[in-house]
Design a protein around this ligand. Structure first.
Ligand SMILES: C[S@@+](CC[C@H](N)C(=O)[O-])C[C@H]1O[C@@H](n2cnc3c(N)ncnc32)[C@H](O)[C@@H]1O
Length: 278
């Protein structure tokens, strides 16, 4: 603890120059006044809380949360409707994602270390390349990505396998299953046709491939919540239906801590073997 008056007395006895002493005295006075003001405010608030028997911090906190939600939602709409997500690149390849979600992908991959990442919906291959690069960085994993459309110029990477066809067709599902080994740790990302029934069909097939403790990510659950209400029912409604019938999966809301995500309630974690999610 600093003892300003004691320190000043020491300076005087040590013969410090008088101009320095006068500045030091002024500083000490300012510190004293500010300190007293803070102490007074704190005592006043304490007394008021004690008198009313309530915590006057609760109301501003609740108001703050509502305000925060409104700000996040407004920014979500601004970001989404600006279409900047379709003008976003990973190493020069169009990647139709919000970068904050890609950061979450990176965290999940480092934590869960999947050997196989299955992605439905390739588009230009930007997300597949991003995933392959994360696999490079953690030193394991391959990416199987599926699309009904062929596109030229998709990135070539030794960890990426492209499959052409509908994600829920028997042929594609058979090829994905065949590519997965018994000991592989599997993560799945659903990012193809975002209509509820298609997402539900994908969830039925691909949830079974996800390894306990690993993630099943349903992309674009922001459709209708809060953007593009005209496209409901979409992925969010599919997730709600799926979770109600599959208690071994839980939406991991901690993955939404950056406030903006295109996948609210879409980061689904499969319970570790022998246990349900808390
Ligand atoms: C949102 S884009 C994928 C974006 C990509 N994952 C990215 O982040 O850059 C959706 C893709 O899903 C594909 N698609 C639509 N229906 C599909 C289906 N039934 N099976 C597989 N792919 C499908 C479309 O051709 C389109 O390229």
């Amino acid at each position: 603890m600093i003892n300003l008056s004691g320190d000043l007395a020491l300076l005087v006895s040590a013969g410090a120059p008088s101009s320095f002493l006068s500045v030091a005295r002024d500083v000490a006075a300012v510190f004293g006044v500010v300190g007293l003001a803070f102490l007074g405010r704190w005592l006043f608030r304490r007394a008021r809380r004690a008198r009313s028997g309530s915590d006057d911090r609760a109301a501003p906190q609740a108001a703050g949360r509502t305000e925060e939600k409104a700000v996040v939602e407004a920014f979500h709409k601004l970001y989404y409707h600006s279409q900047v997500w379709s003008d976003t690149y990973w190493l020069g390849v169009p990647t139709l994602k919000c970068p904050l979600d890609l950061w979450v992908y990176q965290e999940i991959i480092r934590e869960t270390r999947p050997n196989v990442i299955v992605e439905t919906g390739t588009a230009y291959g930007g997300s597949a390349l991003f995933l392959a690069c994360m696999c490079d960085l953690v030193g394991l994993g391959r990416v199987i990505t599926i699309d009904i459309e062929e596109k030229t110029g998709r990135p070539v990477h030794n960890r990426i396998t492209y499959l052409l066809g509908p994600s829920t067709s028997d042929e594609i599902v058979r090829r994905v299953v065949e590519a997965i080994g018994n000991d592989d740790r599997v993560m799945v990302i659903l990012d193809s046709d975002h209509r509820r029934d298609h997402v539900l069909a994908e969830l039925a097939v691909y949830s079974k491939l996800v390894t306990p403790g690993s993630y099943l990510i349903v992309e674009d659950t922001n459709i209708g919540h809060p953007v593009q209400p005209e496209l409901v029912p979409g992925p969010r409604e599919a997730v709600q239906e799926f979770l109600a019938a599959n208690p071994d999966f839980t939406a991991d809301r901690s993955r939404e801590r950056f406030h903006l995500t295109f996948n609210p309630s879409g980061y689904l974690k499969k319970a570790e073997r022998g246990g349900m999610q808390p």
